[in-house]
Design a protein around this ligand. Structure first.
Ligand SMILES: O=C[C@H](O)[C@H](O)[C@H](O)COP(=O)(O)O
Length: 155
């Protein structure tokens, strides 16, 4: 069981993994850290899994946005903030692949962006609480990534 990270660097690792799986007839299940990682796994015809079925991973491979002298990292520049940390936390080992462009004396010297992960279910739960308290009853419906709130009554 291997966690597969996101970004541009991980693509090389997935290509190599695909060759190894084919050449050595390995049985490997890949758990994605993002939608991009899921697509990468599917494109390479690797076996796709998830944490529900495989909560314990042998390894997780990922990239990084910046790496300092003590090997501390900035990650998540591609927006895979929470999911990649959850997948990595389920793995016995985490392998980070980074080239010299990610090298930094002090974190933040190179990578200056700040990102916030907004998880729909948390967002929606907050809206439900707020709206119930302030505005009264409503109906909530949702599709894959689309949420809509129909208010039954306005105060
Ligand atoms: O959210 C994205 C992930 O943390 C990536 O691993 C990180 O941004 C590095 O991506 P790249 O290999 O494209 O530099």
């Amino acid at each position: 069981m291997i966690g597969i990270g996101s970004g541009s660097t991980i693509v090389y690792a997935v290509e190599r993994l695909t060759e190894k799986v084919a050449n050595e007839q390995l049985k490997v299940v890949c758990i994605p850290t993002s939608f991009q990682a899921k697509q990468l796994i599917v494109q390479h015809k690797l076996t796709l899994g998830d944490l529900d079925a495989y909560p314990e991973l042998d390894l997780c491979i990922d990239g990084a946005d910046e790496v300092d002298l003590k090997l501390c990292l900035i990650k998540g520049g591609g927006g895979c903030l929470l999911q990649e940390k959850i997948v990595a936390s389920c793995a016995q080992d985490l392998v980070i692949i980074a080239d010299y462009t990610k090298d930094s004396k002090r974190l933040g010297d190179q990578y200056k962006k700040g990102l916030v992960d907004m998880f729909c279910f948390i967002f929606i739960a907050s809206i439900i609480t707020y709206v119930t308290l302030v505005r009264g009853d409503f109906e909530l419906s949702h599709g894959e990534n689309i949420y809509s709130i129909v208010f039954m009554q306005f105060c």
